[in-house]
Write a protein that binds this ligand. Sequence first.
Ligand code: AKG
Ligand code: FE2
Length: 313
Amino acid sequence: MGSSAKAKLPVIDLSSKNLNLNSSSWVTKCDEVRRALEEYGAFIAIYDGVSRELRDAIFVAWQELFDLPSEVKPLNVTDTPYNGYIGQNPRIPLYESLGIEDVTTKERAESFTKLMWPSGNQSFCESVLTYSKAIVDLDHIVMKMVAKSYGIEEHYESIRGSTTYLLKPTKYLKPQGNEKTLGLLPHTDKSFITYLHQDQVNGLEIQTKDGEWIEVDYSPSSFVVMAGDAFMAWTNGRIEAPNHRVTMTGNKDRYSLALFAFIKDHTIQISQELVDDDHPLQFRAFDNYKYMHFYYTPEGMKSKCAIKTYCGI
Ligand SMILES: O=C(O)CCC(=O)C(=O)O
Ligand SMILES: [Fe+2]
């Protein structure tokens, strides 16, 4: 199927002045968030928790990071596949990314900074920490809203403390010539939930349930909220992780920023409140991190829907 200029992701205003937990509109808004995720697996959030200055600082920081010598960036090695450095992959030659695991802890932000800049880069480290914490606040809002709408607040509280965040700055080189070029292959995220941000250049495309590709057009002051595979299992399949990809056109490099939330060292139970005659139990309790490791095995990679292969019933 081709790309469609008509289909659009829902846009939901989650800025602080428009959210009042004690008003009747709160419940309506929670349902709006839940419905958008059920229909598209994603939506665009307008969110004022990241100031313009912070946004500018973070994209300056990413440029500095990607401009580091090519022998420095691969020093970022992690135990978890694909969380470290990815570059020079012939299947996606425009793509380069670095993951910062457990980014909201000061020690990890500092150790990553020191690895990349042994003589220090205080402003980089501060921008990373402040930005990540602002998106964690957005995560808490979104999760609270989904949980409220499904009536599973207690269930969410039981996993919330086990959330860990991976920040992944990504650079896509501008394509050679005028050809539309694939920057990132179609995939679903292995996370629980993902928050995407971009500089000026569009390129993200999300596939609808009927196979159409939506070109996501979002401003630097908004964020794409997207369900990952683990979210699909947690909600007993009510919310599916959408297939998405990046295509590059035009003559500018693209910088994007993903914050992936994972549930770690905690077995995720499927919400029993979401199991009924119309929605029989589809998944067994599972571990988000072990699932991610499974995904990168030959069996996981060839599976059509890895989360169903891993813990589906
Ligand atoms: O660059 C983007 O907008 C999307 C990145 C993405 O999908 C990913 O890193 O999983
Ligand atoms: Fe993704």
